[in-house]
Ligand binder design. Structure first.
Ligand SMILES: Nc1nc2c(ncn2[C@@H]2O[C@H](COP(=O)(O)OP(=O)(O)O)[C@@H](O)[C@H]2O)c(=O)[nH]1
Ligand SMILES: [Mg+2]
Length: 214
C-alpha cells in the first residue's frame, strides 16, 4: 500500500459529526505524547498533516484524514488504491484533564470505538522506552472485552539501542500474554527514521483488501 494523497478533512467533537462515506477507517490512539501525530505524518510523508507538539493537547476531537481520495467517477481497479480514512484520536492519560473533561473524553472515545461503523482497526501506540503502563494495559483489556480489532504500534524505536528495543518489545508481549492467548499484530516504528513504515502500510493494505472484498 502506498499513500498517494493525504488530506485533512474535519475535527469532530461528536461521533455523529464524523465523515459519512463508508470507507474503511484506521484509528490511532495512545497516551498523550506517545508520538501519534508524528507517526501519522511519517506514514503520510507529510510533516505538517497532523499537528505535533511537545505539549500534550487538551482538545477532545476526532481528527479525520482522507487517504488516496478517489478521482471523479473512477473506481480504482486495485483494492490497494481504495480510499480510506485515517483517524487521529485524542490522547488518553492526560494528567491535567479535569474529572469532568476526563468523563467526557471516555464517553466520546468509547462511543467512537464501539459505534462508528467504518472503524476497521484501532492502532494502540505504546512508547517502546517504557515498562508496560497500567493505563495502556487496562485500555487493551477493555478492547478485548469488547471484541475491538486492534494492533499494537511501538513508537520512538530510534530512542533506544537495538538490544533494548528487542528486549522491551519482548517484555511487553510477555505482559500481554498474561491477558491474551493469542497476541495481537504488532509493529515497531520510529517517526524519526521511518522504521516500521512499510510494514504498517502493507498491513493496512492487506486489511483494506480483505474488508473491501467482503
Ligand atoms: N526521537 C523520536 N521522537 C519522537 C518520535 N515520535 C514522536 N516524537 C517526539 O515526541 C513528542 C510528541 O510527539 P507527538 O507526535 O506530538 O505525540 P502525540 O501527542 O501522541 O501526538 C514530539 O516532541 C515528537 O517530536 C520518534 O519516533 N522518535
Ligand atoms: Mg498529537
Amino acid at each position: 500500500m502506498t499513500i498517494k494523497t493525504a488530506e485533512y478533512l474535519i475535527s469532530s467533537a461528536k461521533v455523529e459529526q464524523c465523515p459519512q462515506a463508508g470507507y474503511p477507517e484506521y484509528a490511532f490512539i495512545g497516551r498523550s505524547n506517545v508520538g501519534k501525530s508524528s507517526l501519522i505524518n511519517m506514514l503520510a510523508d507529510n510533516s505538517k498533516l497532523a499537528k505535533t507538539s511537545a505539549t500534550p493537547g487538551k482538545t477532545i476531537l476526532i481528527n479525520h484524514f482522507l487517504i488516496n481520495k478517489a478521482q471523479e467517477g473512477k473506481i480504482p481497479a486495485n483494492p490497494a488504491d481504495q480510499p480510506w480514512y485515517l483517524v487521529d484520536l485524542p490522547g488518553y492519560g492526560y494528567a491535567k484533564r479535569g474529572k469532568k473533561a476526563q468523563e467526557e473524553f471516555e464517553r466520546m472515545i468509547s462511543t467512537y470505538i464501539l459505534k462508528r461503523e467504518q472503524m476497521t482497526l484501532l492502532f494502540v501506540l505504546i512508547d517502546v522506552r517504557h515498562d508496560p503502563q497500567h493505563i495502556d494495559l487496562e485500555f487493551i483489556e477493555w478492547l478485548g472485552e469488547n471484541g475491538v480489532p486492534f494492533a499494537i504500534v511501538f513508537t520512538k524505536g530510534d530512542k533506544v539501542s537495538k538490544g533494548r528495543l528487542g528486549g522491551n518489545v519482548k517484555h511487553y508481549l510477555k505482559e500481554l500474554s498474561k491477558q491474551w492467548e493469542e497476541l495481537p499484530p504488532y509493529f515497531i516504528t520510529s517517526s524519526e527514521n521511518g522504521m516500521g513504515k512499510e510494514e504498517l502500510l502493507q498491513y493496512i493494505g492487506e486489511v483494506n483488501a480483505m474488508v473491501i472484498k467482503s
